[in-house]
Ligand binder design. Structure first.
Ligand code: FES
Length: 257
């Protein structure tokens, strides 16, 4: 983990309140594992806490990476106004990321995401395809207007969509969509809301499945305990994992969702 003032290469809006930012810097040399995140200090003096934002794509040959984020408050609003050439204080890459060694060439991966949980699955899917793994991309969004990267994902595998309001794809949440799919995956990777992760856990319990958790964070490096979640094996709830440090990716059944 390192810290650097990275340079904004460009920024564009993908959907209402959803932005893609490309950054360049030496830190990209440290980024290899999909599912890790950056801890970003927004350039605004009254905002002291960093924001954890997952890495959507790593482009080592250009020394660039991208993040995709949604405006949730003052910090991300400020970020959305940054322009080419602006500097951003970035710490990272943080977290464990998705284990690629859990699947072999020729096998099939279900890559499941919802809303702003989808971005880290892009780099994951790219690396899986590069390894020779077939990816089925199963995503849920609130409505068709907030879908992003459909074309980019469709170049990697078949995209299955669900929307809460039925405006595109299957009407309902990702769990409904999973119930319609044929075939059994060799591995499952998921990132999204607690509800989505529970839907995945219910269907792939005791299987080769990995869940990336969202959590409120402060330090981002295991020092403050702001991001703990209980271990499933401990019925007292006394023993917990730190999502920033020991996660954000856990094997299904390891944590209480
Ligand atoms: Fe401080 Fe995880 S955010 S321990």
């Amino acid at each position: 983990m390192l810290q650097e003032l990275m340079t904004v290469v460009d920024q564009k809006q993908l959907a209402p309140k959803i932005f893609e930012m490309r950054l360049t810097g030496e830190l990209v040399n440290e980024m290899q594992v999909p599912g890790q995140f950056l801890h970003i200090l927004v350039p605004q003096s009254d905002l002291l806490l960093r924001r954890p934002i997952s890495i959507a794509e790593i482009i080592p040959e250009k020394k660039e990476c991208s993040i995709i984020y949604r405006i949730e408050g003052a910090g991300t609003e400020t970020m959305s106004h940054l322009k080419t050439g602006d500097l951003l204080d970035v710490m990272g890459p943080l977290g464990n990321g998705f284990p690629l060694e859990s699947v072999q060439k020729g096998q099939t991966a279900f890559v499941i995401g919802g809303g702003i949980g989808v971005p880290p699955l892009y780099e994951l899917s790219k690396q899986l395809v590069k390894k020779g793994v077939k990816v089925e991309l199963i995503f849920g969004f609130a409505t068709k207007d907030v879908i992003f990267y459909e074309k980019e994902f469709s170049e990697l595998g078949e995209v299955h969509l669900a929307t809460d309001d039925g405006s595109k794809g299957q009407h309902g949440h990702v769990g409904h969509l999973l119930d319609t799919l044929q075939g059994k995956p060799d591995v499952v990777y998921a990132c999204g809301s607690r509800g989505l992760l529970m839907a995945v856990e219910n269907r792939y319990e005791n299987q080769n499945a990995f869940l990336s958790l969202e959590a409120r964070m402060a330090c981002g490096m295991g020092a403050c305990y702001a991001c703990v979640c209980p271990k499933k094996s401990d019925s007292t709830g006394q023993t917990s994992y730190k999502v920033c440090d020991e996660g954000p990716v856990f094997k299904v059944g390891e944590v209480v969702l």
